[in-house]
Design a protein around this ligand. Structure first.
Ligand SMILES: Nc1ncnc2c1ncn2[C@@H]1O[C@H](COP(=O)(O)OP(=O)(O)O)[C@@H](O)[C@H]1O
Ligand SMILES: [Mg+2]
Length: 257
């Protein structure tokens, strides 16, 4: 069996009286795109903040490349990058300047070269010398992801990478993420968009009510759903229907108790 690059076991977190995570479990293998799918407020960012060492959990454990997030936070930080829901770039600087700044901060030996390579890879060469403030939403997000790749971390967390983007920009970012994973990077992304999980993820975990209620490939999730009904045309269930069916079922079970 392959060793998990991200391992999360029984993770619990409360804010005051509010129990947000009630024992979250999942593993992500090397090179996988793993989607943590959940509605607004489900606890996706809380989970990402814990496994990226920004927040201390109340219970359970998490490790990255075998390093415990609480006992070895420095080792963990060396292996990850985090792109949050809001872009971390400096709008006054150009795209190239943003990249060079981060490359210097991370102590990369050839910042200008690294910046040029990333600009080319993310189709930003033409816009390299324009201020980031003048970029479109999709370009800003691509630059943000490019910045997070400096120092080539093996594990990348993308917290709602396309929230707030228009459909065209969303597709640009999807292509970027697919390309990253094809290079062997392990990616954990959070999303509230079913279509995004369907498009990108090798495996999907549904976070609901403080727990992972289902994990599987899209095919596995589809198998859990009743077979397509034949009327005049055969219709495959969408991930949205599967999601609602799983959540609906879960609530029926809870209500029966
Ligand atoms: N620092 C905090 N203090 C109090 N409540 C918080 C804090 N961070 C998150 N929460 C609450 O925890 C729940 C989960 O939040 P979050 O992890 O941001 O969800 P998601 O990212 O899935 O939208 C929400 O109800 C949110 O209001
Ligand atoms: Mg969030």
């Amino acid at each position: 069996m392959r060793k998990a690059v991200i391992s999360v076991k029984g993770l619990r977190e409360s804010f005051k009286d509010k129990e947000v995570l009630k024992g979250v479990d999942f593993d992500v293998q090397q090179g996988e795109i793993f989607a943590l799918l959940g509605s607004n407020g489900a606890g996706k960012t809380t989970t990402v903040n814990i496994i990226s060492t920004l927040l201390k959990q109340d219970g359970g454990e998490a490790s990255i490349c075998g390093y415990d997030v609480q006992r070895d936070p420095d080792q963990v930080r060396q292996r990850i990058s985090l792109t949050g829901q809001f872009a971390a770039l400096d709008g006054m600087l150009t795209g190239r300047e943003n990249l060079i700044l981060i490359a210097k901060l991370r102590g990369v030996s050839n910042p200008a070269q690294v910046a040029d390579n990333l600009l080319a890879r993310f189709s930003l060469t033409e816009a390299a010398d324009r201020r980031a403030d003048d970029y479109s939403g999709g370009m800003k997000r691509r630059l943000d992801i490019a910045m997070s790749l400096i120092g080539t971390p093996p594990v990348i967390f993308l917290d709602e990478p396309t929230t707030g983007l228009d459909p065209e920009a969303r597709i640009e970012v999807w292509n970027t993420i697919k390309e990253l994973a094809s290079g062997g990077t392990t990616i954990l992304l959070t999303t509230q968009y079913l279509e995004e999980a369907e498009q990108l993820a090798d495996r999907i975990a549904i976070l609901h009510g403080g727990k992972i209620i289902t994990t599987g490939t899209l095919t596995e999730l589809k198998e859990m759903f009743p077979p397509a009904k034949v009327e005049y045309i055969e219709k495959q269930p969408t991930l949205e229907e599967i999601f609602l069916a799983i959540i609906g079922k879960k609530e029926e079970i809870v209500n029966e108790k």
